[in-house]
Design a protein. Structure first.
Lengths: 601, 421
């Protein structure tokens, strides 16, 4: 009997030891598997820095057989390491399972050997009814807790998504045809600058209601070229697939060419299959609508009989003319402003919707600030001598929604409308400030003193940095915010007419005497400069990863947005041009000195 | 007659399966322009259908054997070995699929989405354990469910949790069941399968988080027996309800209870109801009044729960693919360094209208709004029911297994000194 007891005690001890050893093994395996798992998770064998640098080297030297072999070897090694790690995890898993099984078998065997005899428990007399009462209370407390947590969670996460979706769906169905045309383009939209009003509709149901009857979605805006320098007036095109080679003299890639009745330096704007621009002389002002596909003038609307419009023509510089500001369109109407302060809204059939005169501008070169749109507000920068202000008019009626006085000098630049990631901002530049406004209210958000002189170039924005430049002043990079910070500045090259364009990495600065300079956008380091040797008035546009810069002779200089200057092509229009081209629906619309051109593959 | 019926049933099953496999071949192959070479067409593995039928057979046989072991043989050892078999077959061999717990979702989806073709095995796995439970108690939990078997195996040192904790934690399965039904009904997700803690172990393939969850449950299971079954399992809720009406439930003693109290601490799941001999100190009138008050309170609790649930419809719906896509379209990526999501890429390449996406998402949100009301109302009802249940108690003199929560594991039987001859 004693011997039996001893044997069973020995067996129990042995089993317990095995169980303990297996449990330890399981524990160690657990740690090893976890470490291995995180290694596998964090490793990206085909994108390692060594592999990347070798690949880069290989790109510049594709005939290097040794380099090729080295890359292959490294690739194989990286793959082997990755899959070995995976194999280790799986094998470790099996071992872990096995060791846990041993633990269980041992402990179960111990249970079998060490039979616990049933025993009568201690005489604890819980008051059954009291316990039930307490349980009821606990159920009630749990319920209250659950409701509170749920409501708190609902409150913290509720963002009227349902209402927004309903309204946006309705609004969307109204513009389905537009969306259909634009979806393909949007699919590859390059988004260097984010301007998104739909983000806001997600947060603001009132805005959504307006979407239904008043203004286009950001997708629609990005799929068109609705203003000077494209969506947001920032020089960035959100579509892809534009031609880089054409020749106006021999008609290569020229879809059509149509004479423009009256002169003007405004750039074309495009909405779906309609192109809008204006022309004017001292006595006559007109708005034109061209068919994008045929070049036919669909309608031309005479801008006259506007109450308050001055009978005498304003004094303008020959390089500004009577129709310098670019129009803007919102899919419902097109809006135009002229050198005499006439402002008109015309529907897409050419019918005048509303018109008003803002007063004869006191401006020694002639008014040239282009119009901009924010939702259903028409933003007008009207920096005139002794009366500098920016205002927003209701797009539908022309009624003034807000007007903000500006303590700046007279200017010829245009507003840009950008989404900074936190909010939409309208940024304007005039001596001595770059000022940002809330486009919905006109409230000033921030300002920075960084510019002087008669400011002509507009701002460029990318990745939280806005760039201002003016001749005889300086080039400044400003990190936006309240307060804004001057990141860097330079006074080597400056522009007096064309505006710069920026990506998160690079700033491209054109000068009116034909230079193009590329800077590091964040540090101001100059990467390269290129002399096109021809004066340039048009602003550069960024599309398809290329910069398109038109010179006064009508030659489009196309080069890569890169650290080194890489020319893609130089395509002549066969006619001089001072206007910034418009990019939409795979076509480039260029206003030459006399004709309007459509370039397409 | 019975044979003919059985034969007819089998013919029907085979016909349904044949039609299913025929349906797979209906559509022509897509044509790719990218030079992609179409792989050879593979016919459905005939063994897969046989396996499904085998699963059904194994389930029915296992349930029958376990029920016989529990009710007739009262054999703990038998139940233990059967649970090992269930773990090996339904767990490691069939890798946790198909399982009765997850079948709730298949049945729900089939109920709400008529285009969803539910498999015969899913229906059988959902219904059969409930039918057996109606006759024999939760014998499915005892030794047929691989989840239970897995946890039962590691319950080395089970501790008593106390009635308070048991009550409060016992609410979770109801919420989980409600959520699982809501997500399945709206076609959003099968959350029971997505958050299955043990399937990763059986397949040796899961996310790190799920491994951790499974491991944690097993470690917890050493001290708190069957934590998943007791405090998470949504199918357990249904089994609990049905088991209360079971015709032949296991008893601790095969004859009369001799009040020896040896079995009092035998249940690792706190599923033994003690004798209630002390009279309720509250007089009948007070208790009656309270009961009436609570009974009338139930509709209010349901309403409050429903309203709360409806407030939660947006966060609940945010995991739905359609809602997710609509949100991503409404709030596009503004950081150019951040890649677009696959959903957005797919949407763009599909050429679908935004308005359609928004309308679909809006519809899903509406479904969640209604579902939120129903889910909240259900949870309100559960709370009301739990309170009422803790007011009504039948006087009893014996130690008996709680028909609802007892897993029929037969442990308590071994503690009873009264044996059948």
């Amino acid at each position: 009997m004693k011997n039996e007891k001893k044997t069973s005690e020995k067996t129990i001890r042995l089993l317990q030891s095995i169980a303990f050893a297996s449990a330890m093994l399981a524990f160690v395996l657990c740690i090893l598997i976890s470490v291995n798992y995180f290694q596998v998770k964090s490793s990206d064998p085909l994108n390692s820095p060594v592999m990347k640098s070798l690949t880069e080297k290989y790109k510049s030297n594709p005939d290097d057989e040794q380099l090729k072999a080295e890359i292959r070897e490294l690739d194989l090694l990286a793959r082997k390491a990755f899959f070995t790690n995976k194999w280790q995890i799986r094998t470790g898993g099996y071992l872990l399972l096995f060791s846990v099984l041993i633990v269980i078998i041992c402990l179960k065997s111990v249970e079998l050997i060490m039979v616990k005899l049933p025993a009568v428990p201690d005489d604890k007399t819980d008051n059954f009814w009291n316990l039930r009462k307490i349980n009821r209370k606990w159920v009630a407390y749990s319920g209250i807790f659950l409701v509170c947590i749920s409501l708190l969670f609902a409150f913290l996460t509720h963002n009227k998504l349902g209402e927004t979706l309903d309204l946006t769906a309705k609004a969307g169905s109204m513009t389905d045809s537009t969306q259909k045309n634009t979806n393909d383009n949007l699919a590859t939209a390059s988004s260097t600058v984010a301007t998104d009003s739909t983000t806001q509709t997600g947060k603001d149901s009132t805005a959504s209601i307006q979407t239904m009857d008043g203004f286009p979605t950001q997708q629609e805006i990005n799929a068109n070229s609705p203003a000077f320098r494209g969506p947001g007036s920032n020089g960035v095109v959100f579509q892809r697939g534009f031609p880089t080679s054409w020749n106006g003299s021999i008609g290569k890639n020229i879809k059509w060419k149509t004479a423009i009745p009256l002169p003007g330096y405004n750039s074309p704007v495009v909405w779906n299959d309609k192109i809008f621009l204006s022309g004017a002389n001292a006595t006559k002002r007109e708005v034109y609508c061209f068919d994008l596909n045929t070049g036919k003038i669909l309608w031309q609307t005479l801008v006259d009989k506007i109450p308050g419009s001055s009978a005498t023509a304003p004094k303008v510089n020959g390089e500004t003319g009577f129709a310098a500001p670019t129009l803007t369109a919102d899919g419902r109407r097109v809006y135009a402003i002229f050198a005499n302060g006439d402002l008109i809204a015309i529907d897409f059939e050419g019918k005048k919707v509303w018109a008003k005169n803002l007063g004869l501008p006191k401006n020694h070169y002639g008014h040239s600030s282009s119009l901009a749109m924010y939702r259903d507000l028409l933003i007008v920068q009207y920096d005139q001598s002794g009366n500098t202000n920016v205002m927003a008019l209701a797009a539908k009626t022309g009624e003034q929604v807000w007007k903000t006085s500006r303590d700046v000098k007279i200017s010829w630049s245009s507003p840009i409308i950008v989404n900074t990631g936190k909010q939409m901002e309208a940024m304007l530049v005039a001596e001595p400030f770059v000022i940002s406004y809330n486009p919905a209210t006109g409230k000033e958000l921030w300002r920075i003193n960084c510019i002087s002189g008669e400011v002509g170039p507009s701002l460029a924005y990318a990745d939280g940095v806005v760039f201002s430049v003016n001749d005889y002043s300086k080039l400044a990079a400003i990190k936006i915010g309240s307060p804004p910070q001057l990141l860097w500045e330079s006074d080597e090259y400056m522009s007096d007419i064309p505006s710069p364009v920026a990506t998160s990495k690079y700033l491209f600065l054109p000068t009116s005497y034909g230079m193009m300079i590329c800077y590091d956008a964040k540090t101001g380091e100059k990467y390269w400069e290129k002399d096109f040797a021809t004066p340039t008035y048009a602003s550069p546009m960024l599309a398809d990863g290329n910069v398109f810069q038109m010179d006064k002779k009508g030659v489009m200089h196309i080069f890569k947005t890169d650290k080194t200057y890489t020319s893609v092509n130089e395509s002549p229009l066969g006619e001089g041009s001072v206007c910034t081209p418009a990019f939409a629906n795979g076509k480039i619309i260029i206003r030459g000195d006399k004709n309007l051109y459509c370039i397409g593959k | 007659m019975k044979k003919s019926l059985a034969l007819a049933f089998l013919v029907f099953l085979s016909a349904v399966q044949f039609l299913n496999s025929y349906g797979v071949q209906r559509f022509p192959k897509p044509e790719f322009e990218s030079g992609y070479i179409q792989p050879e067409t593979l016919l459905p593995n005939p063994r897969a259908e046989a396996l499904a039928l085998m699963d059904i057979a194994v389930l029915i046989i296992s349930l029958s054997v376990v029920s016989w072991l529990v009710i007739k043989k009262r054999s703990r050892n038998g139940v233990f070995w059967m649970s090992l078999f269930a773990l090996a077959y339904f767990g490691f061999y069939r890798e946790g699929c198909i399982c009765a717990i997850g079948s709730i979702q298949n049945v729900t989806l089939a109920f709400f989405d008529h285009s969803y073709l539910i498999s015969i095995s899913a229906i059988v796995f959902f219904v059969t354990p409930l039918v057996y439970t109606l006759f024999f108690g939760r014998t499915f939990c005892a030794a047929v469910c691989p989840f239970g078997a897995m946890q039962d195996l590691v319950a080395f040192s089970p501790q008593k949790l106390g009635s308070r904790l048991n009550t409060v934690l016992g609410i979770i399965p109801y919420i989980y069941l409600g959520l699982a039904v809501l997500y399945a009904a709206t076609g959003t997700d099968f959350i029971i399968c997505r958050y299955d803690p043990f399937v990763g172990i059986w397949r040796l393939n899961a996310s790190f988080g799920m491994y951790m969850f499974g491991g944690l449950l097993l470690v917890t299971g050493i001290f708190i027996a069957r934590p998943y079954c007791r405090f998470l399992c949504p199918y357990g809720v249904l089994l609990n309800w049905v088991s209360r009406f079971s015709r032949k439930h296991i008893t601790i003693t095969p004859s009369n209870c001799i009040q020896c109290r040896l079995c009092e601490n035998s249940c690792p799941y706190d599923a033994i109801d003690m004798p209630v001999t002390v009279k309720n100190p509250e007089d009948k009138r007070t208790m009656g009044r309270k009961l009436i008050f609570i009974t009338f309170l139930i509709p209010f609790l349901m309403l409050a729960g429903g309203w709360t649930g409806s407030r939660l419809h947006e966060p609940l719906a945010s995991v739905n693919a359609k809602v997710k896509l609509a949100k991503q379209i409404l709030n596009p990526v503004t950081d150019k360094n951040q890649a677009e999501t696959f959903e957005i890429e797919a949407f763009k390449s599909a050429g679908k209208q935004q308005a359609q996406v928004f309308a679909e998402a809006s519809e899903v949100l509406h479904e969640f709004y209604i579902g939120g009301w129903i889910l909240g109302g259900f949870i309100g009802l559960v709370f009301g029911g739990l309170i009422v249940g803790r007011m009504i108690t039948k006087h009893r003199t014996d130690y008996i297994p709680n028909k609802g929560t007892c897993f029929s594991c037969v442990r308590c039987v071994d503690y009873c000194p009264v044996k059948l001859p």
